[in-house]
Write a new protein. Structure first.
Length: 272
């Protein structure tokens, strides 16, 4: 009897996908969060493209200059920031403790979060690229190899930042504290990783610091896909160094997984 019952139970992957659909439905119920999450990079791009156009000496419009960095920033936003704050809130409100008491495998919970993150990343990317191309006539990747670069940087970067966000969520004692713990380092990285400020004007020590985190490498990988090959001379090493981008993001996937396994908690610290 038990064997027959077990055979009828959905597998971990199926449970995870169902959990992911539930996460998406829950997220989209709050239209303010949906609009802000999807539109933030496109809104920033609109402002920068309108205000700073013609101010660069690199021979490209402002929209082309900022697009790769904002693409990378958006990916980190929907992974690191969304998961870091969201999981800390679920833990503080007792949601994780209740889930842990159900028969659902722990892996299904994380699969569900992964589905949510990639849903948000896809929606954000489509809106950002659509606005940049249709409104500002931005230059998009021109070859299949460039689009492949966009794809693997998106996947590796999103996974790395998601794992980092899950790990960081355990640092917050309360849901309120999670906002500061997640937002402050993310904001700092945006100014030190070539998103808002060109890497050509950043001091060496700032670049060294930023290179310890995924965002700098995500932005560099996206620039390699969106910018002409001649623009590689403006990189710190004078080249796109895509092998280093892949190595750094892959390493962060491994480090992030280790941190999650070592630090993730289903209960708040006050619950023991």
């Amino acid at each position: 009897m038990s064997t027959l019952t077990d055979a009828r139970l959905p597998g971990t992957l199926r449970l995870g996908l169902s959990r992911g659909w539930l996460e998406i439905r829950s997220f989209t119920r709050e239209w303010e969060s949906v609009v802000f999450t999807f539109a933030l990079p496109a809104l920033i791009l609109t402002m920068f493209a309108s205000i700073f156009d013609g101010l660069f000496d690199m021979g490209m419009p402002a929209v082309d200059h900022y697009l790769p960095g904002l693409f990378a920033m958006g990916l980190m936003s929907v992974s690191f920031q969304t998961l870091g704050a969201g999981i800390a809130t679920e833990r503080d409100q007792g949601g994780l403790r209740r889930l842990r008491g159900t028969p659902m495998p722990p892996a299904a919970y994380f699969i569900g979060k992964t589905v949510l993150v990639f849903f948000l990343a896809a929606g954000q990317a489509v809106l950002l690229l659509g606005v940049s191309a249709l409104v500002f006539d931005a230059t998009l990747p021109g070859s299949a190899a460039d689009w492949l670069t966009v794809a693997w940087v998106l996947v590796l970067g999103t996974i790395a930042c998601s794992l980092l966000g899950i790990a960081v969520s355990s640092l917050a004692r309360t849901a309120q504290a999670a906002s500061t713990i997640v937002v402050v380092p993310f904001l700092v990285l945006q100014f030190t990783s070539g998103v808002f400020v060109p890497v050509t004007v950043l001091p060496d020590w700032v670049l060294t610091f930023a290179s310890l985190f995924p965002l700098l490498w995500m932005a560099q990988g996206m620039r390699a896909a969106f910018h002409p090959d001649a623009m590689a001379t403006f990189e710190p090493s004078g080249a796109w160094d895509l092998h280093l981008v892949a190595l750094a993001l892959g390493a962060w996937c491994v480090v992030g997984l280790v941190l999650v396994l070592l630090t993730f908690r289903w209960k708040t610290r006050k619950d023991g």
